[in-house]
Ligand binder design. Structure first.
Ligand SMILES: NC(=O)c1ccc[n+]([C@@H]2O[C@H](COP(=O)([O-])OP(=O)(O)OC[C@H]3O[C@@H](n4cnc5c(N)ncnc54)[C@H](O)[C@@H]3O)[C@@H](O)[C@H]2O)c1
Ligand SMILES: [Zn+2]
Length: 679
């Protein structure tokens, strides 16, 4: 009887892990942390060791990736452009080690299989970058396709997407007819944070960790989205080394570098499991400095002849092991929960913590997402909480240490009104987000205006956050249109605002009226419309009026925009408040025309250097010059034709004078372009 229920438990564990695999591999959206997942796998493995007769064929210990049939079907149906591709040689996973003893028994096992005893082997130690594996196929030296691992036998075709990643050789010399080169596609922590901040702001997908972000970005139907995500790839294996004279993993890494493949710089060759643990510890030390998240070291038997003798299990090589980095947890005290009200009115709760060190940096804040997240954690102010870093980057509260809960503490109550304007709030029925619905909420206005003036939008650098805060709090500025009604007299009433800065700010506001239309569209802060979609809209419509008058269908038909975004643009522009603001901006003389200059040859063959501050963002000026055929470089040489100088130009100007290079200002540039256009 007891045995039965144990076996039932085993089967339900198999099911549970299979579900986690589907969420992780097929949806890039896991439910549990990797540490929790690994815990479940360890339990499964230990049950299978005790009862080998229970082991089912599709147990996660016997398979790679998500459920075989379903994964193949997924590749076939769910992403039809992602046709299934069969790997020439099977792709496997890796077995794990969690402590030094595991590593020692790894070497012992090798000794047993090879019939040796007490021998130490050479290992190539590498970082285990947490991304997704990729198989790149070369036929007669030409890159012909690339696929994800999938279930190890069949993966998804991601050739177009992979080709957007720089630094992957398209052609190889002197290689066998068929060659599979394998590596890991990943996203740096920095890019991951940038992407999530953007998604947070625009309402896109927020990823749990860099690994999910890399997978989600590579598996995009639109390759231009993949291109915008700055993925990278490190290579570490070949499907087969047949026909090549490489004998060891260490030499393989050298061979890959020699053929133009990016490899990870932290690799090292060592002897014996003890030296391998030293490498592992060194990597733990350095982990906080890695630009990318790594979740362990991979220890590989170096010699290929030994690897061949050791062979594979159904899911992993017997000659390699992934020694996982420990998951660092820290305890600290939750002092407060503050709520920010964002541009869209979303209430964003933030935990204020006693500062504590986790994985090499000090954590004093953690996002709490929404009401349900706080409720599920059962957070009371004053609670001792356990902190972890998801994907080595984002601090999160994992649980409360209830034994240490101070007496008399009360459950945190999510506010029933906006903490800033005290207006009522509503909860989005689809997710657990709560919104302040007051269109005149000062916090929303502040965030909306902040978005409008920030660098990527209208770029009004002279308006600091503190200045804006005062302007909003005193009611002088309620919408972006009010910015253009500011005058010297009003600005001088602002604390710490002198005449010089005020004049400069007014000039910047004046200059911003001629910004490209895409910057204005972006600045309006429409949900899902980032810089890229704003440019798409500017390219598509001759002016803002054409966009305002566009039907939802017209917007849906814009290639690359997508229905969800089109719908959001349409509704945002129908809003009466938005219309009022737009009309005022028109009256204030802002540029509504698409200034998308068709690419031309006017400046072909000329090299420019830009220096000093111009009336327009330097990036826009650079893009314009390049569209007209010019080259824009960073330093002045004899080959420079023009130095375009703005205010406060420094050493580059001196250099230009020394070398006798022509120095021009923006007006002269316009005249030059006009002249060349006529010619
Ligand atoms: N949270 C969840 O729900 C969930 C679900 C499934 C899997 N997971 C995580 O994924 C892990 C299992 O996933 P897996 O089967 O993809 O295996 P894995 O990620 O543990 O290890 C195998 C993979 O490591 C990668 N790798 C990186 N650097 C490498 C190198 N230098 N040499 C060789 N391989 C290298 C390869 O892509 C290889 O396929 C679990 O331990 C867990 O952490 C989590
Ligand atoms: Zn409010």
């Amino acid at each position: 009887m007891l045995l039965m229920s144990n076996q039932e438990h085993y089967l339900s564990l198999v099911n549970e892990i299979q579900e986690h695999n589907r969420r992780y591999y097929l949806q890039d959206n896991p439910l549990v942390s990797d540490a929790e997942y690994d815990q479940l796998m360890r339990e499964l493995r230990s049950l299978e060791e005790q009862h080998p007769d229970w082991i089912v064929k599709d147990s996660p210990t016997q398979t790679v990736g998500a459920d075989t049939e379903e994964a193949a079907e997924h590749a076939l149906l769910a992403r039809s452009p992602f046709a299934p591709i069969q790997h020439l040689h099977r792709m496997t996973s890796l077995d794990n080690a969690f402590d030094d003893a595991d590593l020692q028994s790894f070497e012992d096992r090798i000794n047993r299989v090879l019939g040796t005893s007490g021998q130490t082997y050479h290992y190539t130690c590498e970082l285990k970058i947490d991304g997704l594996s990729i198989n790149v196929h070369y036929h007669n030296g030409n890159l012909i396709w690339a696929a994800t691992r999938g279930n190890g036998v069949i993966g998804e075709d991601v050739t177009q997407n992979l080709l957007t990643i720089p630094g992957i050789p398209r052609k190889l010399e002197g290689v066998p007819e068929h060659l599979e080169v394998r590596g890991e596609v990943f996203m740096t922590k920095e890019e991951f944070l940038r992407l999530n901040a953007e998604a947070e702001e625009l309402g896109g997908t927020v990823f749990k960790n860099p690994r999910n972000a890399a997978a989600g970005s590579l598996r995009q139907k639109d390759a231009s989205i993949t291109a915008s995500r700055k993925l990278q790839v490190n290579f570490y294996a070949l499907g087969s080394t047949e026909g090549l004279s490489i004998q060891t993993q260490w030499d393989l890494l050298t061979w890959l570098q020699g053929h133009g493949f990016q490899t990870n710089p932290y690799s090292k060759r060592v002897q014996g499991w003890q030296e391998a643990t030293d490498y592992h510890r060194e990597m733990i030390q350095q982990r906080p400095q890695f630009p990318v998240d790594a979740d362990g070291s991979v220890i590989k038997v170096d010699r290929f002849d030994l690897q061949n003798e050791l062979g594979f299990t159904s899911r992993a090589p017997r000659w390699a092991i992934a020694y996982k980095f420990p998951v660092e947890e820290a305890r600290t005290v939750l002092r407060d929960i503050t709520i920010n009200v964002g541009r869209t009115g979303k209430l964003a709760p933030l935990a204020v913590l006693d500062p504590v060190d986790v994985e090499g940096s000090t954590v004093a804040r953690a996002t709490l997402h929404n009401e349900d997240f706080i409720r599920d954690l059962d957070l009371h102010l004053g609670d001792t909480v356990v902190i972890r870093k998801a994907g080595g980057v984002i601090p999160e509260i994992v649980r409360v240490v209830t034994e240490l809960r101070p007496e008399g503490s009360v459950l945190f109550q999510f506010p029933k009104e906006c903490p800033v304007c005290h207006h009522e709030v509503t909860r989005d029925p689809e997710n657990a987000d709560t919104y302040c619905v007051n269109p005149e909420c000062p916090s929303q206005s502040y965030q909306r205006i902040l978005h409008f003036i920030h660098k990527g939008a209208m770029d009004i650098a002279g308006m600091g956050e503190k200045t804006l805060e005062q302007l909003v709090n005193t009611g002088i500025v309620k919408s972006v249109a009010d910015l253009y009604d500011l005058n010297l007299e009003t600005l001088l009433k602002i604390e710490r605002m002198g005449e010089k800065n005020a004049t400069k700010l007014l000039q910047q506001l004046q200059d911003s009226k001629t910004r490209p239309l895409s910057r204005l569209i972006f600045g309006l802060g429409i949900r899902y419309v980032g810089a890229r979609n704003a440019e798409l809209l500017e390219k598509h419509f001759p002016d803002l009026d054409a966009l305002l008058n566009a039907s939802e269908q017209t917007l849906c038909n814009i290639p690359g925009l997508g229905d969800r975004i089109a719908e959001s643009v349409y509704h945002a522009l129908q809003d009466q408040n938005m219309r009022d603001v737009v009309e005022r901006l028109r009256g204030q003389g802002l540029n509504f025309k698409s200034t998308f200059e068709a690419a031309g040859e006017e400046l072909a063959g000329l090299t420019f250097v830009i220096t000093g501050s111009l009336s327009q963002p330097r990036d826009d000026v650079k893009k314009r010059l390049e569209r007209l055929g010019a080259r824009v470089t960073g330093s002045v040489t004899k080959k420079t034709d023009y130095v375009l100088a703005g205010e406060d130009a420094g050493s580059k100007l001196d250099k230009a004078r020394d070398l006798g290079v022509k120095v021009i200002d923006e007006t002269t540039l316009d005249a030059l372009i006009a002249e060349k256009t006529k010619a």
